[in-house]
Design a protein around this ligand. Structure first.
Ligand code: HEM
Length: 301
């Protein structure tokens, strides 16, 4: 009898709990699914918009040299805001491109409290990224790091985008401060340039194939030397994507990259080599990143 009463009490307790909790759990599942669906729809919308921009880029003439940055924006007529080296307490990232933008005050100079809109505006105005690429990039950053407002140092978090085997930084195992560029690695990268010297590239230029080869070598060296080396497929793709920006924004130009990568500064008279009328699209970026990623092979040392 006591056993039966006890079981009934337990059953009613569980029923009460289920009636209270289940609707809440179901609601949170519905909210979660709704958010995923919304994210997917936003992504699909961006892809359709991006395809339109890419098509229109094919049929419209490229912007004239010297006129990529619009009037009223930082970098108009190739005049950039003053370069000021990072000050103690400033926040910086493992990304030479974003650090350079902060060093010129195009992103906040202290590298802190950067909103998605600030990133979008800086990349669109200074480097001629399309609005679709900047939105997709900032949405990805928010999803990966869990904040919509970030300090540049958040990007140092190991094994999200920051990875072992980088072209400009020693692995986190050897250099925990990933904001510091490594001069030897950068010199190796610049020396790998096989693109010929020309009026446009007085010291030659790095090609996508050079970038694939350098990444292959860096991964092999890191694997051999770093006792905690790791790299996932998505990080390999991030590595190729960062390299594709290095190639596209600076046209792989050795002289420009020497300044950008070592000093995180835009050289005098700099202008991005991205000159399509609607900006550099997700499609352009993805195709270039795939090209570089496909050229990365396992190298035995
Ligand atoms: C919101 C946009 C961006 C984010 C979140 C971002 C993030 C990062 C991160 C986390 C790294 C470190 C990866 C590693 O461990 O090697 C990196 C590297 C790099 N990024 Fe960016 N980046 C952005 C935009 C740019 C832009 C606009 C450029 C070019 C102008 C650029 C060029 C590079 C280069 C050249 C590297 C060095 C790659 C290496 O050392 O292997 N990035 N970026």
């Amino acid at each position: 009898m006591i056993y039966l009463v006890d079981r009934l009490r337990l059953l009613s307790k569980l029923t009460g709990w289920a009636l209270l909790k289940l609707p809440l759990s179901l609601l949170s599942i519905v909210v979660w699914l709704g958010k995923k669906l919304q994210g997917l729809l936003v992504f699909l919308g961006l892809l359709i918009w991006d395809f339109g921009l890419s098509l229109s880029n094919v049929v419209t003439p490229r912007l004239k040299k010297g006129s990529v940055v619009k009037e009223g924006k930082a970098g108009y007529k190739r005049i950039w805001p003053e370069f000021i080296q990072r000050q103690p307490g400033d926040s910086r990232s493992p990304c030479p491109g974003l650090n350079a933008l902060a060093n010129h005050g195009i992103l906040p100079r202290d590298g802190r409290n950067i909103t998605k809109e600030m990133f979008q505006k800086a990349l669109e105005d200074a480097f001629n990224f399309s609005p679709t690429l900047t939105r997709n990039t900032t949405n990805t950053v928010e999803a990966l790091y869990g904040h919509s407002v970030i300090d540049l140092e958040h990007l140092c978090c190991h094994n999200i985008i920051e990875h072992d085997g980088s072209l400009t930084r020693r692995d986190a195992w050897f250099e925990p401060n990933q904001t510091i560029p490594d001069r030897h690695l950068i010199e190796d990268l610049l020396n790998s340039a096989s693109g010929p010297v020309s009026a446009e590239h007085p010291e030659g230029h790095i090609t996508p194939m050079d970038l694939s080869r350098q990444l292959s070598l860096r991964f092999a060296h890191s694997k051999k030397e770093n006792p905690v080396f790791s790299i996932s497929t998505s990080q390999k793709f991030f590595a190729a994507s960062n390299s594709s920006l290095l190639y596209e924004v600076f046209h792989g130009d050795v002289a420009t990259l020497r300044t950008v990568l070592n000093e995180e500064r835009l050289p005098e008279n700099f202008e991005t080599s991205l000159r399509t009328r609607n900006g550099y699209t997700i499609l352009d970026f993805t195709l270039r990143s795939i090209e570089i990623a496909l050229g990365v092979h396992t190298v035995k040392l």
